[in-house]
Write a protein that binds this ligand. Structure first.
Ligand code: FES
Length: 95
């Protein structure tokens, strides 16, 4: 199974995780500063900035896209509870 290296810039922690993992699952475990609410792509609390590796995340769903627009989130922002890693190197931090 492909693996991804996911770095949480705010706490300077990098972990190797299997493809398909949602960012929130890991940020929760390593105590990164990304906060969350619904975990269902609805509230927008888990907004994060993708510092690099944008291409190594799944595309936003229609639901996520709507929430991102509602929060006037720029192109490099994603919902941590929705974005899944695909592989490669990804760096994120709280929005
Ligand atoms: S926790 Fe609510 S949108 Fe991610």
């Amino acid at each position: 199974m492909p693996k991804a290296r996911l770095t949480f810039e705010d706490i300077n922690v990098t972990v190797t995780v299997p493809a398909g993992t949602r960012v929130i699952e890991i940020s929760d475990k390593v105590n990164a500063g990304i906060v969350y609410g619904c975990r269902e792509g609805d509230c927008g609390t888990c907004l994060m900035k993708v510092v690099s590796g944008w291409d190594h995340l799944t595309e936003p769903s229609v639901v996520e896209d709507r929430v991102l627009r509602e929060h006037f989130a720029g192109r490099h922002f994603r919902l941590a509870c929705q974005a899944q890693v695909l592989g490669g190197e990804i760096v994120v931090k709280p929005a």
